[in-house]
Structures are given as C-alpha cells and as structure tokens.
Design a protein around this ligand. Sequence first.
Ligand code: FCB
Length: 492
Amino acid sequence: MIVDAAAFPPHFKFGVATSAYQIEGAIDADGRGRSIWDTFCETPGAVERGESAAVACDHYHRMPEDVALLRDMGVSSYRFSIGWPRIQPTGKGPANAKGMAFYDRLVDELLRVGIRPFPTLYHWDLPQALEDAGGWPARDTATRFADYAALMATALGDRVQDWALFNESFIFTSRGYLLGRYAPGKRDLGDFLRAVHTVSLAHGDGFHAIKAVRPQARVGSVFALAPCEPAVDTPADREAAVYADALFNRLFLDPLFHGTHPAEFLESVPENVLGQEPGDERRMRVPLDFIGVNCYYRLVVSAGGERPNLPFFLFSIRNDARTTGGHGDFSGRRATDPHENPYGNPYGTGLRIENAFGRDHGARTEMGWEIWPNALRDALLLLTERYGPIPIEVCESGCAFADVPDADGVVRDTARITYHQDHLAAVADAIAGGADVKSYHAWSLFDNFEWASGYRPRFGLVHVDYATQRRTLKSSGAWYRTLCQAARQRQA
Ligand code: FCB
C-alpha cells in the first residue's frame, strides 16, 4: 500500500535506528572496556563465518560523515545506543571521559542538523567485568545499571529528552542465558529466570536514576513484540496463544505496569527461582513515559493437545539444536532430554510456535521471518488496550534481503520499499484505531553486524561496502528520503 507523510499526524517523526555494537567498531579505542560480545565473537562457532564487530561500520571514526548522511536523508529522529563499556570500562566507577566525549559530540552534531537524539542505554553489550561478577542473573547488576543511567543523564540530559532503558529484554535474556545463541552464550534455565527478574528491577532502578537527575526527561524502554494467534480457533490453541503471549509480550511489561510477573509464567516457576525479595514489586513498578516497539513478526501457536507449561517450553527450545533462523526462531519442539528439566511435564510443552502458518502466510525475509504488516498494527493496538493510553515509539521495523549492487553500484531493493510502505500503512491504521504512535524508525540506517549472523543479513537503507566502508543509498533509502523530506515540509 502506498502511504505518504500526509497519512500521519503533523509532528510524527520518521527516523532510523542503529545500535552501538553493531556499527561502531573501534573496540579498543579511547579506553573502552571489553564487552560480552567481544568475548562471544572470539568463541569458535559462535558467530557465522567467525566474523566480529571489531571494525563493523567504523562509525566511531566516521560519525560526522554518518550524521551528514542522516541530515541528507531528512530524518527527524535518530535512535542509537550507548556502549556501556565505553562509559564504564569495568561496569562501575566514574565515566571514562573519552568514551563519554564521543556520545557528547554525537548528540551535538544531531541537534545541530535538527535531528532528535534518541538513545537506548542497553542494546546488549554488557561490560565483560559485570558478566564475570554474575551478569544479569545477579541482582547487583540492576544497581550497576542504575549508576550508569545516572552518569548518562547527568552528562547528556541537558540536551537529550527521550531515553530508552533497554532494547528487547526478552531477546537478550533468552538468547544470552537460556539458548546460548547470543552473548554471553549460557544455556541455563535458572540463569534465564533470574536474569528476567534482575532486568525488571533494573528497569525500575534505571527509570528513577534518570528522573532523579533530570525530572523532566521522558523515560521508556523498547520491547520486541509479536502478536500471538491460535493456529486453529479451538479452546486448546486459544489457551496456548495466551501462554505464548504472556511469555513474549507480557513478561517484561507486566512487572513495570502491574508490579508482577505474568500469572501464566509464575504458576509453573517457584518464586525463589527468580530470586524475588520483599519490596521487589514496588521496585519494578514504574510509570514509563512511553513504550518502544520493535515488531518483526507474528507468532502462530498451537497446543498439540497438551497443557501449556512455559518453563518446559523454554527448556525444550534450549535443547533444540537448530542453528538457523536468527533471533526470531522460537519454534517450540519436544525436549530431547526431558529428564534434565527440573520443572516437570516430560511429555510436551503445550506450545508449538511458528512465525508463519497455514494457507495465507506471507513471504519471508532473508532471516526466515514471515512478512506480516498487520502484526505491527495489532501490536500497537494491543499495547494501547493493555497499558494505555500511552505514547508509543516504533523503534525498529525492517527487513533483510540478499541485496546485490548492480553495475552502477546501486541496490534496487524494491521489496524493502514495499516492506516499509506496508508497515507504515499498518502504523497509520493503528493510529486511526486509537494508538498514540509518535514515530517510526526504520531498522536500519545502514547494513551492519547482525549479531550471531554476522554481516550476511543486510537490513540497511544504506549499503555498506565493508572492504572500503563506502556508504551508498539504496533505492529504499532514496524513497525514505522523499518521505522524510515531505514530512519536514509539512512541519515547516
Ligand atoms: C532486533 C534487534 C536489532 C537487530 C534487528 C534485526 O531484534 O534489536 O539489534 O538485530 O532485530
């Protein structure tokens, strides 16, 4: 569907998103400490083709040139993340002045060209020293995070108004501590459950730490959402979809808005496994100023005739040896070794999850993710109904395709243009349906280091030739520029 700027409220922001570890490179520059991803990249077999983010897009050295690119595209918001190991090389103590200076300059450059700086504090690159001290499963990491948040708000809060605390808590805790596919590469159900709780505490602590320094700041967090549909309209599949929804969509939002983990989750997890202590409910519960949404797919869920059991489901995906699919792959299968599971139900998980199903499924991107634009509309409406009314920022939306430059060096990625047009139309529908959506950030500004998949998947509106670091606008980038410029003219 063709959408244009006029389909959105006048102050709607069209932006792009990146994250520090995926683009900056320069992992040894200016006193930066090691991160868990540096270690993970050195682990044989962890990242496809043994690739690392040591250089990535070399953004750390090319930042002014990249901000000029943002200016030329006409975006009005830039979502980036701050590399915690640049600020606190060992995860505690005072700020490393040189690391801080980089983000200070970035914010100034963005403001100079009229772009909103929209930082995320944690996009997966934990200082290695904190992992050595127990990582996210250790409660103390929440306190460390709040200290770091306070340092950032103090240094940049005179110019940055909007802060996101975390990126996709479910993805980094499950893939990092349960499935072993992302840093730090652990495969332990108990670690995962404790990490869930610590990250919920860290949301509360981080929120208050920023507000203490900058009471006027708007503080939110970014969640990976995937609307869950029953595969067949039967009571069993409907119940399975409710459980999958509790896991994917409510696990981190319910503690913030209601002070408790979802009942569907708690019913099969003994509280002491989470490490919950008296007073935690109050600590986790915070009135976020906005919710950030990344929605890449829907999930279609069936029960397989069994009662849902979330820990067992998690346990069984942990045991699955499948290696493809990127981080959207949560297809549930039977555990290969049910005896290892401490939480019972040796016969099945009660949940089978696919991200495409049935006769009317959409085409897939290079990540294997089904293209289903209404998932984004449904996610926005669901959030509004559940936690709203509340401002929502679409913090990532995008797709990877096998982009190949033609003889003139241009990537004619018409499928990506269609993807963004259809997802923008879904946002416009959600707004018409009552969702208070403030922005749309395309993932990503340019091709970058796609975690364990390395450099193969290309998500950018801008092509990066990694051998020369040459940036070239793809056709999708040129189309987005037209849209952004039209939006700016409406606001002028
Ligand atoms: C999101 C991540 C982002 C990138 C995209 C493809 O889940 O937040 O860093 O990996 O997926």
